[in-house]
Design a protein around this ligand. Structure first.
Ligand SMILES: [Zn+2]
Length: 414
């Protein structure tokens, strides 16, 4: 027997032993490994948990929360889109998954957006589900979310990338040139389109799928008109709920009693009325040229060593700035902002204020997020559908706990 044949024979015996051992293991409590459930994760972009309480009682999201499980969980810092989505889907904090905010400083000194999967330093539940044989889809109202998380999924869709299969089955997304004719209605129709594509995918995939949705409407409408109880944002969430109700009917038709929907948010939204202008502040501190990235409640600054102290002092002296962290500040540990991509200087806005490029933009802005305010970080976690009743979601405290819940719903190891 050659060495190679001995090696192959040993590998066969080992594989046999492993499968015998696996067969002898007691089956886990329902849901079980080996089932083919269909699980949908719907991320309401920019939806604080308290929004749900203020929806009309007949709103589907409230009904789903009452029938299924509902609790509040906390998202990561900064409470922004890329960091929020990456934390949910990897189950890791920003310092562990590498997605530390909206932008980071590249080696060449330019800013890069978190829109490539190569920036993710932890596997996603989407990849893990695919590895376990599930069909996977990432359907997003935002192009950046799709490009960060959708690569490798069986279906990857956003308004900027619509495969011909989607055009045939569902049709195109709403026409971008009409976006400002009826801003709220346009985003409601975009969210409906995202959910319609999900329904088409679920029908096509059959049992055994993980579908991840980004619903951009609550964020876009919330920035423009303010969070719930603003009537426009309330209407947007009621509309998204109606579409999710229709998706539940499709899930029931395809998966019988073996499906679940998890609804959460990447971050919340807080009413805002006052601007903080980083360009003016940094310029007055002699650090006007340093790289910076702002996202509503949070400002990242990359000053040179000589500019750093003056930049920190100027930001600390600014009205509306709640907190400023330097590179070795202990507060960074608390908020998981210790990754090298997190800027050396981080400023956080207080309630009612936001970092913005120009004061004129405040005329069109009534909601903001990114900071450490409760309304920015406390988001809903709803789980409903027959499969959800077999999984304990109540121990989840943070959005990083959601990937584990999804793994349990799918019956795979996280
Ligand atoms: Zn967002």
């Amino acid at each position: 027997m050659t060495f190679e044949r001995i090696r192959r024979a040993s590998a066969t015996v080992l594989a046999l032993l492993v499968s015998l051992l696996a067969a002898a293991m007691p089956a886990a409590a329902s849901p079980r490994v080996g089932d083919r459930p269909t699980v949908v994760l719907a991320i309401l972009d920019g939806c604080p948990a308290h929004s749900l309480d203020a929806l009309p009682p007949e709103a589907y999201l409230r009904e789903a929360a009452a029938k299924g499980r509902f609790q509040r969980v906390r998202t990561v810092f900064p409470s922004s889109t890329a960091a929020g989505h990456a934390a949910i889907l990897t189950g890791k904090w920003p310092e562990e998954n590498g997605v530390t905010g909206k932008e980071f400083l590249r080696e060449d000194g330019t800013l890069g957006a978190f829109s490539s999967p190569r920036l993710l330093e932890a596997p996603t539940i989407i990849e893990q589900a695919a590895g376990a044989g599930f069909r996977t889809a990432v359907i997003s109202g935002k192009n950046g979310v799709r490009s960060l998380l959708g690569e490798g999924a069986d279906l990857s869709v956003s308004p900027g990338l619509v495969p011909s299969w989607v055009l045939e089955k569902v049709g195109p997304p709403p026409d971008e040139s009409t976006q400002y004719d009826d801003f709220c209605g346009w985003y409601e129709s975009l969210d409906r389109w995202v959910i319609d594509v999900a329904s088409a995918f679920v029908r096509d995939a059959g049992p055994g799928a993980l579908v991840v949705l980004n619903l951009a409407g609550p964020d876009k409408v919330g920035h423009r008109f303010g969070p719930v109880p603003a009537p426009e944002t309330t209407h947007c969430l009621v509309s998204a709920g109606k579409a999710l109700e229709a998706l539940a009917a499709v899930l029931e038709g395809v998966a019988g009693d073996d499906w679940a929907v998890v609804v959460t948010a990447d971050h919340g939204m807080t009413p805002v009325s006052r601007a903080i202008l980083p360009s003016e502040i940094l310029e007055s501190a002699g650090a006007g040229d340093c790289a910076r990235s702002l996202d509503g409640g949070v400002l990242y600054v990359w000053p040179s060593a000589t500019e750093q102290a003056a930049a920190i002092a100027a930001l600390k002296n600014t009205e509306g700035v709640a907190e400023v962290m330097g590179p070795s500040d202990e507060a960074r540990m608390r908020i998981h902002a210790t990754h090298p991509r997190s800027a050396p200087v981080i400023a956080v806005a207080g309630e009612g204020y936001m970092f913005i490029e120009s004061a004129a933009l405040m005329d069109y802005t009534r909601g903001s997020h990114g900071a450490l305010l409760e309304s920015d970080v406390v988001v809903p976690l709803i789980a409903y559908g027959p499969r959800a009743s077999g999984v304990d979601t109540t121990s989840a405290r943070y959005t990083v706990d959601i990937a584990g819940i999804l793994a349990e719903l799918l019956g795979i190891e996280k």
